[in-house]
Design a protein around this ligand. Sequence first.
Ligand code: 4AD
Length: 457
Amino acid sequence: MKHIDIIEILKGNYTDQKVTVCGWVRTSRDSKNMAFLELNDGTTLKHLQIVIDKAVMTDIAEFMKLGTSLKVEGTVVKSVVAEDSVEINAEAITVLGVCPPEYPLQKKRHTLEYLRTIPALRVRTNTFNAVLRVRSVISACIHEFFQERYYTYIHTPLITGSDCEGAGEMFKVTTLPFDHGFKTEEEYDAADFFGRRAALSVSGQLEGEVAAMALGKIYTFGPSFRAEKSNTPRHVAEFWHVEPEVAFAELDDIIEIAEDLIKHIINTVLEKCPEELKFFNAHFEKGLIEKLESVVANDFAVMTYTEAIDALKASGKEFQYPVEWGCDLMTEHERYIAEEICKRPVFLTNYPKEIKSFYMKQNADGKTVAATDLLVPTVGEIIGCSEREADLDKLIEAMNIRGMNLDDYTDYISLRKFGSVPHSGFGLGLERIIMYVTGVQNIRDVILYPRTVGTIS
Ligand code: 4AD
């Protein structure tokens, strides 16, 4: 169907020309001699006004129904009311798909909670129009960031036999029928598709490290799966994960890369999505644009875990979960550190080794690891990062302490035998950075189909 994108028409390149556009009716208004439709085709947040002269077109009732899809032929003219905009004087309109009155998006604004109940239609709202475009722009600019810096994009497997984070929060992959009758778990696993236990990967890091030990700088960008029963506004069971892995990089080097990436993402959204940011600034977070401009203009804070614990204790604030050195930080603590103590994004470094993963480089103090989380105001953790333990003996010791089965990690362990190098990497949750950049507060509203505990649609 030959037609022109509405974004192109609104750029003003077709003024005084005859064009065809397609889209869905977002609003309609009828008056004595004229009728007005606002059409949106998804290429921009803005709608295109279609002006109907009722002396020329009489049978217009079907066009006026919200949600109806139309093909409109007409002439682009300067808008009568908005000088810098254009509209179309319609000459012929074809209904492509009728839309009955029970179409749920009749009202201007619905709650996000209600919209979650109509996933197939919520994408037609301004919010999802803007969120999904920002998501697309961020995804493209992440590739751009790494490609311009000689990183190789690696596709790591989604089905795995190892648990990268060691938290045991994995979705099992099986083809065995319900009624199997095995006597032991070992027997059950051995009879399964792969002849051993398999699960959906929580992180591409372990395989990413394999690639980085040959290609130097790599990144992965794909889905990760976590069977955490965390029913929070920040957790989904399937999220998109960006994981660079860099050879010859220590903790300070990787912190610099992570800060550069976040600033690149924000700068790109500021440049390419001004309309969307204006929308989020007006409807989701007052001062959002100013916040983003300030984030890219200033250095992120860096603070040790120990300093953060001291500061939390000294704050006098009553937290739901009490704070002691050695505790895992909760979102309430992370947000307080970023929002109240640092008032900007902060890399929290050198966590106690007991609360972090086996692969992290052990610091000389014997108590902490060279790990850092990037905490940002309103969201909390958006990046988990560390220098990796490059010493074979120390790595094996850490795995043994955690009771891990070394046979499941032979490839990974072998990297420390054959030309091991200092190396570091991090994981950025795509949905979390989208939340930070848009001000949308619930992760379920920045992904097309959120997968969370107890719901799948
Ligand atoms: O801190 P995490 O668990 O780190 C790793 O997975 C490392 N293997 C990464 C690496 O070093 N290559 O997860 C990294 C990030 C988190 O900071 C968060 O942004 C996101 O992944 N994330 C989630 N996002 C949404 N829902 C969940 N359930 C998430 N779990 C982690």
